[in-house]
Design a protein around this ligand. Structure first.
Ligand SMILES: [Zn+2]
Length: 95
């Protein structure tokens, strides 16, 4: 079985907020002490916009971080999804 893909982000050592994509400075408190963390690859669709038969969704990862990615258009708010591949386009699929 293939391990589910996960997303690498950063966590601020000062305010402990996590962010994606990885940045060198905390967008919340401005701290520069950030460390790379594994944000996991599963979450829930919070918003979705359909463009033809493709969708773009905001996905709240189980680690609490909100990310955007491509999804299948039939997915709806509340659907559970996982990050599929570290592709050029970030994509989530239903689980
Ligand atoms: Zn911070």
């Amino acid at each position: 079985m293939v391990e589910p893909a996960s997303l690498a982000g950063v966590r601020c050592r000062r305010c402990v907020a996590s962010f994606f994509p990885a940045v060198g400075r905390c967008p919340r408190c401005g701290g520069t002490g950030v460390e790379t963390v594994d944000l996991g690859g599963e979450g829930v669709v919070e918003a979705v916009t359909r463009i033809g038969d493709e969708g773009v969704a905001e996905v709240r990862l189980d680690s609490g971080v909100l990310v955007m990615g491509a999804v299948d258009a039939e997915l709806v708010i509340g659907a559970r999804v996982r990050y599929e591949t570290p592709d050029q386009v970030m994509r989530f699929v239903g689980v």
